[in-house]
Design a protein around this ligand. Sequence first.
Ligand code: RIB
Ligand code: CA
Length: 324
Amino acid sequence: MPASIPVVIDTDPGVDDALALALALASPELSVRAVTTVAGNVDLATGTANAGYLLRILAPGRGIRLGQGCAKPLARDLVTAEEVHGSDGLAGITGHEGWRRRSADSTDIAADAVDVIIEEVAQSPEPVTVIALGPLTNVAAALQRDPAAMRRAAGIVVMGGSLHAGGNVTPRAEFNFYVDPEAADAVMASGLPVVVTPLDVTHQLAVSDETVESRLLSRPEPRSAFLGELIRRARAEQFTGRGGKLLLHDPAAVATLLWPELFTMQSHALTVGGGDGDQRGAMRPTTDNDAGPERTPSQVAVDVAADSAVKRIVERLVAVGDPG
Ligand code: RIB
Ligand code: CA
């Protein structure tokens, strides 16, 4: 087995964020060094409480650092998505008799998320990959605060954007890039190796029937039962998807690290639109008409072996409770 990839996961949990975290924590190919929270699907306090709650359930005793990050985008008011993820951000499961969540307390929050990202990237002997599953506010803030340190990163894996698949907030904009377009554009201009997993591929990856939740709910291990109940609720309440489909947006970003051979990548220097018009949050290839220095191309997933990707994600989630 090659050495595991050290990662920091920046997240706005979020139902699909929770599944992505479970996938990463269950994957020996990855070494999760820290989890950092950013406002997005839900407000920062709720997202941080969810992250601490998820780490207690999914990674008890692993001592994974938790940092709390930016409560709002770099230059805008926060837009959240409780209609997609539920008022608690996790399809209501935190109010479920067996899975009650206490409010975030001091034991949950280790430090400032931006400092945690910078420290983990700067101090790791092996280059760290930042997996960004929410608005890119924390990552952009880390690039601003200590660009020299952040240049040590192996790269930034981003769930966000849409090249040709249309948006899920406006006709052009995907949620993470819509919430903080300035942060997203700064990451695309950073010069770091960026891999973008846009709606073009995540719309192909879904849990579409009760098979997965049934398999998980039939297992004795608490982590499996938790994931089964989360998926059951998300699908039943029509969260995070369309018509009972649970779209695997954030797990797809983790999957590009685990199984890159399943993804078709194109190289594009990218720009993310700002302003408040129809270009807000819209991701597009940069053109000669765009001002500013030439941008380092990002790798953009434009297609995926969808059946294989869903099967591998599901099998990894079903096995979370396995010993070892
Ligand atoms: O557009 C989907 C993305 O926005 C996912 O990361 C989801 O969790 C939300 O953050
Ligand atoms: Ca997310």
